[in-house]
Design a protein around this ligand. Structure first.
Ligand SMILES: NC(=O)c1ccc[n+]([C@@H]2O[C@H](COP(=O)([O-])OP(=O)(O)OC[C@H]3O[C@@H](n4cnc5c(N)ncnc54)[C@H](O)[C@@H]3O)[C@@H](O)[C@H]2O)c1
Length: 421
């Protein structure tokens, strides 16, 4: 939506259109969801506020919703997650875009507030949120708009945790769906998506081999499992650090060594955090790391690596390759931080593979539709996506790759649900 948008350079649009067209061509699931469910009038005239990294796949989701009749506004959760050509193209495709890679990071809330102002301007809206950014602002600086929010669908593990914290305090004033917790989301997006794209970002940024390297994965949740799996597949020797003994045991059973981060700090050559927590790598770890160690964060919060502490401990910091900063620390050692310590597969890469986001955004579109239609009957708390919607997305995906699953026979169903047999 040209008039309403704020982008860096509208002249970049042609390349953005090419990227969005590629995403559209490789999103068969979302295309079927659109044809089957989104054209039923639910979105006609409804606002949709979106906070997601601005790249081709997210852009295509917003285009699909706009084509379904929604008044869509989108911003990125931060300027480092903005591809300016995609933002420019989106503005030409009927979406209000507030995103520029040059926006000051300290003013990251402003574009999100613009999204709320546009999406909720005289109408009700649903939110598709990332790290609960829109949800937080709707409950604070934009409380005046809160009564018109039908609900929010949350993309990330970290954001779901924030909405749950709001619910626990009794502060959440609309229903939220934990899109992240849909099986069609975390089993594929967090695991395979983060796994593949984190390794791609590391390889592309450093131009180094993975095979033979000692790669330390901190956090063995869905993301950590994916990163460990892809690193091992490329020949790395993988070490895992955890705080949950069951997850640690899982890593052990998957064939990896499990050890405390302080010990891992001394032997690792590449470190990747994926915990959703803060200061997972901090001064005491930096002090022990070898010369040349590579550090990256794949978790959803940008404080997993204490970058400020690393900066303080360094005599010099310089960019040595695109997306790679060299920190000169004690003993003449150099540590290399990829992607500024932010979500590395986005800041130093193209995000998840398109087929993964096709699944994730099919889930998101159906979450948004559910909130739009059923918000009145939903309590003010965090909801899971109903199992039948998750299964429908998986069934469509299987159809698109020419595969299918069986159904239970009536006898099997009875057998599984009765205790008398
Ligand atoms: N990079 C991406 O594209 C992407 C995609 C999906 C999710 N995420 C983010 O990645 C993070 C992890 O997501 P997930 O789905 O794997 O979550 P998860 O909850 O399944 O796993 C997190 C794991 O980290 C462990 N952990 C917590 N603190 C730790 C510490 N100090 N040291 C070691 N381990 C610790 C937990 O025990 C848990 O096993 C979240 O912030 C999420 O938002 C990123």
């Amino acid at each position: 939506m040209k008039g309403a948008s704020e982008v860096l350079d509208p002249g970049l649009a042609p390349e953005g259109h090419r990227k969005i067209d590629w995403a559209a061509r490789h999103s068969p699931v979302l295309n079927r969801v659109r044809d089957r469910y989104l054209k039923d009038g639910t979105f006609e005239g409804l606002g949709v506020g979106v906070a997601l990294p601005i790249e081709a796949k997210t852009a295509y989701l917003t285009v699909v919703l706009a084509e379904a009749g929604a008044r869509v506004a989108v911003a990125s959760p931060g300027p480092f997650f903005v591809q300016d050509d995609v933002a420019a193209a989106l503005a030409e495709r009927g979406v209000a875009v507030y995103a520029s890679s040059r926006n000051p990071p300290e003013e990251a809330d402003r574009p999100l507030e613009r999204v709320l102002d546009f999406a909720l301007d005289g109408r009700e809206a649903v939110l598709i949120d990332d790290r609960a950014g829109l949800g937080r602002l709707a409950h604070t600086t934009r409380r005046n708009l809160l009564p018109r929010v039908r609900g929010a669908s949350e993309e990330t593990t970290s954001g779901v945790a924030k909405f749950r914290a709001m619910e626990a305090e009794g502060a959440l004033e609309f229903p939220a769906i934990a899109a992240n917790d849909a099986r069609c989301k975390y089993l594929f997006d967090n695991r395979y998506g983060t796994g593949q794209s984190t390794l791609t970002a590391l390889m592309h940024s450093t131009n180094q081999m993975v095979g033979g390297k000692r790669v330390v994965v901190l956090g063995y949740g869905w993301c950590g499992k994916g990163i460990a799996r892809y690193a091992a597949g490329l020949g790395a020797r993988v070490f895992v650090c955890e705080v949950d003994p069951v997850r640690g045991l899982e890593a052990y059973a998957d064939g990896f060594d499990v050890l405390p981060a302080l010990e891992a700090a001394e032997l690792g050559e590449v470190f990747v955090t994926a915990t959703g927590s803060r200061d997972v790598l901090r001064e005491e770890h930096f002090e022990r790391m070898r010369d040349g160690a590579i550090l990256a964060n794949a978790g959803g919060v940008d404080v997993e690596i204490d970058v400020a502490g690393l900066r303080d401990a360094s005599s010099e910091v310089r960019e040595v390759r695109r997306n790679v900063e060299e920190f000169s620390v004690s003993g003449g050692r150099r540590l290399y931080l990829v992607g500024r310590g932010m979500v590395v597969n986005l800041t130093a890469g193209d995000g998840h593979p398109v087929e993964i986001m096709d699944l994730t955004f099919s889930v998101q579109a159906l979450c948004a539709r559910r909130l739009a239609r059923e918000h009145r009957s939903m309590h003010l708390g965090v909801h899971l996506l109903p199992e039948e919607i998750d299964e429908e997305v998986a069934r469509i995906k299987l159809q698109t790759v020419g595969m299918s699953v069986d159904s239970l026979t009536p006898e099997q169903e009875r057998f599984l649900t009765t205790w008398r047999e």
